[in-house]
Ligand binder design. Structure first.
Ligand SMILES: [Zn+2]
Ligand SMILES: [Zn+2]
Length: 144
């Protein structure tokens, strides 16, 4: 990820109190090229003393503050990723897609600045968009 900020500075910027667990969770997310589940993150922290509930609450706090977002994997479990993955610019849910590798089933966030896949539901009427996701299926560079 292209950021020079350290985890403590990032937490501060997003209005999150700096705690040891938050630093560790953020560090794992910064160093992952793919979206991670709660158990992936626990595994990568690799500390039997880590409190799983605290990690869960940390991910919720990150998501509420807009530092991370959730994406469902093919088994409908939630994965978490930073909003500014693979980009110098913070991404929003509307300007990036999720690439799902059909071999390793990992999910990558990728920018889609050159196209606008959002349907224009104003034409139909009665629909209110609360969130929007663009999913792309294929094979990732690690798998071919
Ligand atoms: Zn793959
Ligand atoms: Zn994403």
């Amino acid at each position: 990820m292209a950021t020079k900020e350290n985890p403590g500075e990032i937490l501060h910027k997003y209005g999150l109190k700096v705690t040891a667990t938050r630093i560790r969770v953020l560090d794992v997310l910064i160093n992952s090229p793919v979206a991670l589940s709660h158990s992936d993150i626990i595994g990568l922290i690799d500390d039997p003393m880590i409190d799983k509930v605290t990690v869960y609450r940390t991910l919720n706090a990150f998501t509420t503050q807009g530092l991370t977002h959730k994406v469902a994997n093919e088994d409908r479990n939630w994965l978490y990723a930073l909003y500014f993955h693979n980009s110098n610019q913070p991404a929003t849910s509307d300007d990036h897609a999720h690439f799902i590798c059909r071999q390793c089933e990992r999910i990558y966030c990728m920018p889609i600045t050159s196209m606008n896949p959002k349907p224009d539901v104003r034409e139909i009427g009665g629909f209110v968009i609360t969130s929007h996701e663009h999913r792309i299926h294929g094979v990732c560079p690690e798998c071919h």
